[in-house]
Structures are given as C-alpha cells and as structure tokens.
Design a protein around this ligand. Sequence first.
Ligand SMILES: NC(=O)c1ccc[n+]([C@@H]2O[C@H](COP(=O)([O-])OP(=O)(O)OC[C@H]3O[C@@H](n4cnc5c(N)ncnc54)[C@H](O)[C@@H]3O)[C@@H](O)[C@H]2O)c1
Length: 332
Amino acid sequence: MARLLVTGGAGFIGSNFVHHVVEHTDHTVTVLDKLTYAGNESSLAGLPEDRVRLVKGDIADADLVDTLFADTDAVVHYAAESHNDNSLNDPRPFLDTNIVGTYTLLEAARKHGTRFHHISTDEVYGDLELDDPARFTENTPYNPSSPYSSTKAGSDLLVRAWVRSFGVQATISNCSNNYGPYQHVEKFIPRQITNVIRGIRPKLYGAGENVRDWIHADDHSSAVLTILDKGQIGETYLIGADGEKDNKTVVELILTLMGESPDAYDHVTDRPGHDMRYAIDSTKLRTELGWAPQYRDFDAGLAATIDWYKANEAWWAPAKDGVEAFYASKGQ
Ligand SMILES: NC(=O)c1ccc[n+]([C@@H]2O[C@H](COP(=O)([O-])OP(=O)(O)OC[C@H]3O[C@@H](n4cnc5c(N)ncnc54)[C@H](O)[C@@H]3O)[C@@H](O)[C@H]2O)c1
C-alpha cells in the first residue's frame, strides 16, 4: 500500500486514474487540484472517503506542495492547462501551470526524495504527414506546435533535467488522445456526443482529415500504474493503443452509434496550426514492462462513452452552453 498524491485528479484523465487506483490497488490517494473550469469535484463522487481525499489548491503553491509531499510516497502529475484552443486564445495560464507548476513539484520531489511520475502528451512531437508510415517513438525529436504542446514539452524537459542534475526519481509518459467518461465537453468527442444529445449538428474542423491515435482513459491509467511499479528511473515511455482514426470517421461513427444519419454534421473553419496526424509506437512499454491495452474495440469503447454522457447529463450540462458560446464566437 502506498500514499499517492495525484495532481489534477479532478480532471478528465486524473479522475479516471483515481477510480482505477481505487478499483485495482489498495493505495490511498490525495488529489491536489485547483478546480479550474476543467476540474470537477463530482468526478470523484462515490469514491471511499478513507481512500480518497481532495485538497483544493494550486500546484504552483510551494508551501502547500511541500506540506503534501511530506506525507506522500509517490506523485502522479496530471495537472495542466490542457486545451489547445484555449492556449491559442490566452497562453499565460499554460505557462503558469504547465511550466511553473511542474517546476514547483519537482523542487518538492527533490527535497523530499519522492518518486515522481510526469504525465505528458504525444503532441510534444509535433505532427506527422498523413502519408508518412512513421509513428512517434521515445527517440522522436521534440517539435511542438501550439502554446499547449510547447509548455508540455518544456515541462518534460524540466523533469529530465531534474533527474540528471538533482537525481530526482522520476519517469515520464507521453500518451496519445484519450477518450472515455468525465471528459470536458470542450473536447472533440464529448462535444460532438453532447451536441447530438442536445439536437445540435456536430462540428468538424476543416475536412476532418486530421488523424488522432485514440486510447481509452482506463488503458492510460493501467499503463501509468505499470510505469510507477516497474518503470526505470529517468526513462520515458510512450503510451498508445494502435487507435488511429481521422476526425471525419469519428464524427460519422458517433452519429451512426446515436441513430443519426452519418452525414448530419457541419464543417467549420480549421484551427490555426492544427496538427495533421499523431501516431504512437508503444513497443517499449509493451516489451520492457509487459503492458497491453484492454480496450481494443474503438466502436465498443465509443458506444460505452456515449452511454455515459447520456446517463450523466447533470455532470456536463452546466458547462455546455458556455463552451458552445465560446466556439460560436470563433465561428467554430
Ligand atoms: N486529454 C488527452 O487526450 C491527453 C493525452 C495525453 C496526455 N494528456 C495529459 O494528461 C493530463 C491531464 O489531461 P486532462 O485531459 O485530464 O486535462 P483536464 O483539463 O481535464 O484536467 C486538468 C486538471 O488539472 C487541474 N489544474 C489545472 N491547473 C491546475 C493548477 N495550477 N494546480 C492544480 N490543479 C490544476 C484542473 O482543475 C483539472 O482538474 C495533462 O497533463 C495532459 O497534458 C492528456
């Protein structure tokens, strides 16, 4: 049994991880989350109080972080500003949280000798051409495109430097696009599902040719637990489930699974600098640490996600109108 500190544990992937930890281990969890617009306390509802507690606070608050690290065996760092579109609108919070926040945590890990796992994204590698057979590996050079991905790249490099310079006991994982329950309605899949539920036509950026490599959030969680358990200090592991799909295919699948005509959507102006294709080669994680994804059928995982959004309108409805107003102001 270990005492985990999970930053950003009230967000999408962090809350999925906390549910996964409660179900599959006997660890206790302290969630440190600022509860920004993206954090939702109700994503942790129903979890046992003797296993999970929520501390509302900022990862850049050095005094609070120091206090929490004193009672922690291992940290899993999910907290971030995470939405590309917001980073184009107002980059500053991305620097404060993703860079300064990660620095603050690393200094505490250094002081307390705490095991640290840093969660990152495949977007640090930039994008691939549609006709390029290559996939990202741990050796792909960093080439981020947006303020979001560049601040995530910066945070990864800080972690590497704190391992090398100060001996911090850290690992890093870069994961592909996640889907599943508890994802904010600003993001692509939940936005389209909730649009269909509300009777609004889904919106597709440009021609919808952009390819994303989808993984269920629960598979991301099992990979992170595997790395915490067996990962080599100082190493980076790519997490992916061979789930490449273009955005047009995903929108059409959502419509079909929800009983609508697959062409009942609108094209909207593409966002600037929109990455073309992401694809992960997770051979290292699979062969060295023995991890494998459980959700291998994207259609079934997506159908279950649609069911979750249908059953949990009270969870997402408060954010929906604001998100659509934001996109409408951008013509998207
Ligand atoms: N969503 C994906 O597909 C994806 C893929 C790969 C990696 N990631 C990474 O996973 C992590 C989580 O992503 P997500 O999609 O769950 O994001 P999210 O936006 O849903 O959640 C982020 C959480 O962090 C909290 N937070 C933000 N700033 C904070 C601060 N200063 N202090 C404390 N808490 C703060 C928010 O309140 C929220 O609960 C991020 O690091 C992201 O880069 C996401």
